[in-house]
Ligand binder design. Structure first.
Ligand SMILES: Cc1ncc(COP(=O)(O)O)c(C=O)c1O
Length: 377
């Protein structure tokens, strides 16, 4: 979408040069022999999967991780040529035809589906690539420890499969703990018993990358770091990254309020002094959560303006009493930089006991994603 087609000035700017910077920072960390599987599921964490993947392809990334088959099909339909690994929804027989048709690589984490996919590939007269997922303690997805050993030892019998990758997922990578080390040791021990050689072994997500473990393997799976965000604000010092998304809007109404007045649904905020409020055209229908009611902040004229009252479906209000000369049409930054101030996704998440992933993924399709190259619209 171009700037001219924006009738509401609420937009998520996607800075592709920041994406390129983050890729180069990750590459520096992992070295030349390690491959990146860019995690682009959930619409590239709300950044726009097609535009993100097309840029990543230009930057030389050739592996992409999605959660579900539909996400992979969408990328293929947009002309993405790279390898697409379906992390969650790619192992059941009813999706095998789609995997085949769209050149998608399944992750298999349930033994009977190894046999089923082997059989399917034999019928198609091809050797189908797979990544095998092992559960090393998270109890989410993966072949559990007491079965993994025998499965790994038996892989040789699947003549129609190509064992491209084996991996596990760390449950608490952002916080250094003995659990992380135990998961890594368990993974290495199990893989050492495999009867086939995997091209790639991988463990590291953003938390592992920042805390520097699991990066000795030959593939990493960053999501959040690509988008210039950190799992926790305390991890910012570990690696310099640039935020890819800036969420912006404008002031659409200004009102004077009197001491004792209330604002928005439910009378949850009462003014302690005479003042001025600005209405911003963003609401929970845009994924700007109601939890920000009376808690969030935005930037106007480079100053922080607190949200007052309940966030509505299409708008919310901020107190601009302490900001000089605010006018209708003035730029409002909900996420990102304005002059010397910066609202990061980690700050936003921590304010409402959420996580950066959730803040990004919540942003709805109603907000246009507009590409910029290192500059503001
Ligand atoms: C299996 C798997 N690998 C990698 C990632 C990327 O994690 P992060 O965004 O923390 O880098 C995810 C994200 O949820 C995941 O589920």
């Amino acid at each position: 979408m171009s700037k001219n087609e924006l009738y509401r000035k609420t937009v998520a700017e996607i800075d592709l040069s920041a994406l390129a910077f983050n890729v180069s920072q990750i590459k520096k960390q992992i070295g030349p022999k390690c491959e990146i599987m860019a995690i682009v599921k959930a619409n590239a964490y709300g950044h726009g999967d097609v535009l993100v993947v097309k840029k990543l392809e230009k930057l030389g990334i050739s592996y992409f991780g999605v959660a579900y088959v539909e996400e992979g099909i969408r990328l293929r339909a947009s002309g993405v040529k790279g390898k697409i690994v379906v992390l969650t929804g790619g192992q059941k027989p009813d999706v095998f035809e789609a995997l085949h048709r769209y050149y998608l690589t399944p992750v298999i984490y349930h033994e009977p589906y190894l046999k089923a996919y082997d059989l399917f590939c034999r019928k198609k007269k091809k050797r189908g690539k797979i990544h095998l997922k092992i559960d090393t303690g998270m109890n989410r997805l993966g072949i559990v420890a007491d079965q993994a050993l025998s499965v790994l030892k038996s892989l040789k019998k699947y003549k129609n499969l190509q064992f491209e990758g084996v991996f596990s997922h760390i449950a608490n990578a952002e916080r250094p703990s003995h659990h992380n080390q135990e998961q890594i040791l368990e993974f290495k021990k199990m893989v050492s018993h495999s009867s086939v050689k995997f091209k790639y072994q991988h463990l590291a997500n953003t938390g592992s990358l920042l805390n520097q473990f699991g990066i000795e393997m030959n593939m990493v799976r960053p999501g959040l770091a690509l988008y210039g965000a950190y799992p926790l604000s305390t991890l910012r010092k570990k690696m310099k990254l640039k935020a890819v998304m800036t969420l912006k809007s404008e002031v659409i109404q200004l009102k004077n309020v009197k001491r004792g007045d209330y604002i928005s649904y439910g009378y949850t905020h009462q003014f302690k002094r005479d003042g001025c409020v600005a209405t911003i055209p963003v609401g929970y229908a845009d994924g700007y959560m109601r939890f920000f009611s009376n808690k969030g902040e935005v930037l106007i004229h480079g100053k922080r303006a607190p949200i007052v009252g309940i966030v509505c479906m299409d708008v919310f209000m901020v107190d601009v009493t302490d900001i000089q000369n605010v006018s209708i049409g003035d730029e409002v930054v909900l996420l990102g930089k304005q002059k010397k101030e910066h609202i990061t996704v980690e700050d936003l998440a921590e304010r409402i006991h959420s996580i950066p992933w959730e803040i990004f993924c919540n942003l709805s399709d109603r907000i246009p994603r507009v590409v910029v190259q290192g500059r503001s619209l």
